[in-house]
Design a protein around this ligand. Structure first.
Ligand code: PLP
Length: 427
């Protein structure tokens, strides 16, 4: 099933198309390995001459069906599942860069991504410059170097909730002959398809809305197939020159628009092995079937909750790009006219201790290290997800010490608001 169907249909139907007598529901291929009749048949798979399954670390039919669905949803040509969103974001960079290379990343990104690019890839010899995504293009342009290989941002940043000007970032990246990678976890392809605005590669923590029920950690990388690696062959030798570890295959020559994902599978999954388990892929697929319904409800509940908080005397500020007056309202209207996501943040008037008292008084909204599932939850970034950052890094990531992140679920909106109101009374 291609990209011609609408997103709701893709969510339900794409990926697994059973033939006569096969199970209607995507089966869990809970098998590490696959059988062949002749030595040559299997040999051709190892030579990447035939397509097929031989070992689940490289590919598995359950995972591939789900990856195909996500690729169709994003409007891409190929996708691969990974064990987590972190693995997806690491593999995307590792697939393009080697020691001595450099990337540019929006400073307003998830704390885990910030650490990954600030510290871990630096130990591997890959440097990262963080830029303020709201700076004018000319300012961001100064961050590009000869060895820059990619630009990275999040459609809606976690937890800063800033909206990325995808068009601005894509134009800058392309001017310098490098791809734009967008982490589309919070918006999901239901609310935004970054490829339509010039992004080249999209990543996901499928752990969030795609799964939607907080059941399984997972990630995904999707390639638009639009970036012309051969036009910048000198920058991307890994894609455009023979891979000696794989029989001298040249990925762009042999796999065309699927070069990026094939290389990530053949090299990175082979060597690093961060696969998603077929069981988790099955659960993710069930989640995907209702993604459009859930995103609509998450957004409508978040809009109502944000309005309630914005009008409350004990609340100092609310970050929600669906609220008129939010600094990112115009960008959200451009890139996500139907809604952004269910996550918002707000600051209470008063001290950090007041914020903690409020959190502890909540009954329905639970304190968990998660966002973007069916159940409303809260978190205090400065004491939880962003605990490792100093005050300056916190400010750069758009986090204030008293800020509360609220992930609005799909319960009845009045029950969520009532719980917030009774907790606000305790402050
Ligand atoms: N990207 C974003 C935007 C996230 O919010 C997260 C996790 O919260 C990640 C990536 C990392 O994903 P995972 O927790 O699945 O490794």
């Amino acid at each position: 099933m291609g990209n011609s169907y609408r997103k709701d249909t893709i969510c339900v139907q794409a990926g697994w198309q059973p033939k006569k007598g096969e199970p209607r529901v995507l089966p869990i291929y809970q098998s590490t390995t696959f059988k062949y009749d002749t030595t040559d048949e299997m040999g051709r798979l190892f030579a990447l001459e035939d397509e097929g399954y031989f070992y689940t670390r490289l590919q598995n039919p359950t995972n591939d069906a789900v990856a195909e669905k996500i690729a169709a949803l994003e409007g891409g040509v190929a996708a691969m599942l990974t064990s987590s969103g972190q693995a997806a974001n690491f593999y995307t960079i590792a697939n393009l860069c080697q020691a001595g290379d450099h990337i540019i990343c929006s400073a307003k990104v998830y704390g885990g991504t910030f650490n990954l690019y600030k510290a871990t890839i630096r130990k591997l010899g890959i440097d990262c410059t963080f830029v303020d995504p709201d700076d004018p293009a000319e300012e961001i342009d100064r961050a590009f170097c000869e060895n820059t290989k990619a630009v990275v941002g999040e459609t809606i940043a976690n937890p800063a909730l800033t909206v990325l000007d995808i068009g601005k970032f894509a134009a800058l990246a392309h001017k310098h002959g490098v791809p734009l990678i967008v982490d589309n976890t919070f918006a999901t392809p239901i609310n935004c398809r970054p490829f339509e605005f010039g992004a080249d590669i999209v990543t996901h923590s499928t752990t969030k809305y795609m799964d939607g029920h907080a059941m399984a950690v997972g990630g995904c990388i999707v390639d638009s197939g639009n970036f012309d690696w051969e036009a910048y062959a000198d920058k991307f030798p890994g894609l455009t020159t023979p891979d000696e570890t794989y029989h001298g295959v040249v990925y762009t020559k042999q796999f065309g628009k699927k070069a990026f994902i094939t290389k990530a599978t053949a090299q990175l999954m082979r060597d690093l092995g961060s696969i998603q388990s077929p069981m988790n892929a099955f659960l993710l697929n069930v989640g995907l079937e209702t993604l459009p319904l859930r995103m609509e409800k998450h957004c409508s509940n978040a809009r109502k909750t944000a309005q309630f908080l914005a009008n409350h005397e004990k609340v100092e500020f609310v970050n929600c790009a669906m609220l008129e007056g939010d600094p990112y309202y115009a960008l959200a209207q451009k890139y996500m006219p139907n809604g952004t996501c269910g996550v918002l943040s707000f600051g209470l008037k008063g001290t950090k201790e007041d914020a903690v008292r409020f959190m502890d008084a909540l009954k329905l909204c639970a304190i968990v290290t998660h966002v973007a599932d069916a159940r409303t939850c809260v978190l205090h970034p400065a004491s939880h997800t962003h605990r490792q950052m100093n005050d300056e890094q916190l400010r750069e990531a758009g986090v204030t010490p008293g800020m509360i992140r609220l992930s609005v679920g799909i319960e009845h909106p009045q029950d969520i608001i009532d719980d917030l109101e009774q907790a606000l009374q305790q402050v």
